[in-house]
Design a protein around this ligand. Sequence first.
Ligand SMILES: Cc1cc2nc3c(=O)[nH]c(=O)nc-3n(C[C@H](O)[C@H](O)[C@H](O)COP(=O)(O)OP(=O)(O)OC[C@H]3O[C@@H](n4cnc5c(N)ncnc54)[C@H](O)[C@@H]3O)c2cc1C
Length: 296
Amino acid sequence: MKSLIPEGTVKFNKRCSSVEQHGSKMVVSFTDGDVIEVDGVIGCDGIKGITRRMVLGERYPEEVKSKYAHTYVYRGIAPMEDAKRVCGTYAEDARWWMMKGKGWAMYPISRGTEANIVAFMQDTDEWKGEQAAREVEREEMEAEFVDFDKRLKGLLPWVKPMKWPLFHHPDTPTYYNGRLCLLGDSAHASSPSQAAGAGQGLEDALILSKVLGLVSDPCQVDAAFQVYDAIRRPRAQAVVRESYEVGTAYYLVHPDFGDDLQKITDEANNRLPKIWWYDLEGDVKKAEESFGELTR
Ligand SMILES: Cc1cc2nc3c(=O)[nH]c(=O)nc-3n(C[C@H](O)[C@H](O)[C@H](O)COP(=O)(O)OP(=O)(O)OC[C@H]3O[C@@H](n4cnc5c(N)ncnc54)[C@H](O)[C@@H]3O)c2cc1C
């Protein structure tokens, strides 16, 4: 990807320590001592990044920190040969196994030489302590799988006894503050039930790049961010909230569907195309028109 970007435009191995607005300029400081002055900043520094606080901290302090999505996962990678020995041909395809309050996702990675395992545990408690993976005793982990199919249990030796909590940003009241805006997980980190988090970040990038491409004077950057926020935030936040809600369907505990697989399938077949086949070109057009009206 680097080769697609003009030489000298991208700098790696830098850590941003602060972003401040000084008049119409943004001053960005880095931990290596570098300080740069720019017309606008896009904070795509993920769920634990620093830019979210800079956008929301003063106006919406309660929305700065991500919230626990009441799920933690155990993860592992098994050699495909072993996964096939235990699960047969199921290992060669992307699969989701469901149990009450639990789920097991498995799919081939590394050009089919390994199987990625993510086992989901619904958690009605709050996550205590740091927002980070926590090591547990192997016996404690295995006890959570006691009623799983024995083939899946056969893969537990490759699963790490680490609880990875899932956090999200269900409410983000704005994606920008002056000349600083958020993109990707810093704006709308999502629980993964719809496998749509990264896709939403790419949609952000599409709209923002199109509208920034229309900026002919630095004073229009504010308008570009305003348009981006108006177009992207409703859709991306809806995906975050929906992902959380439908997660329970995949754990067979959704109040409307319970363990009725037909209802769960019908609902998914109705909902997911709205993410996959959404009219992005329509949003680009809307963004360009709104920007034109705001800067006329
Ligand atoms: C278990 C799980 C499964 C998922 N499955 C899917 C899926 O199937 N499909 C899908 O579309 N999405 C999925 N997602 C979501 C997806 O991983 C995220 O939405 C996506 O990675 C977010 O990309 P991002 O670039 O916004 O943030 P990140 O990937 O978090 O990248 C942020 C980057 O910013 C850097 N950074 C942070 N702070 C600073 C700083 N101060 N200075 C410089 N750099 C900084 C970080 O080091 C990092 O490299 C899943 C997420 C989880 C947790």
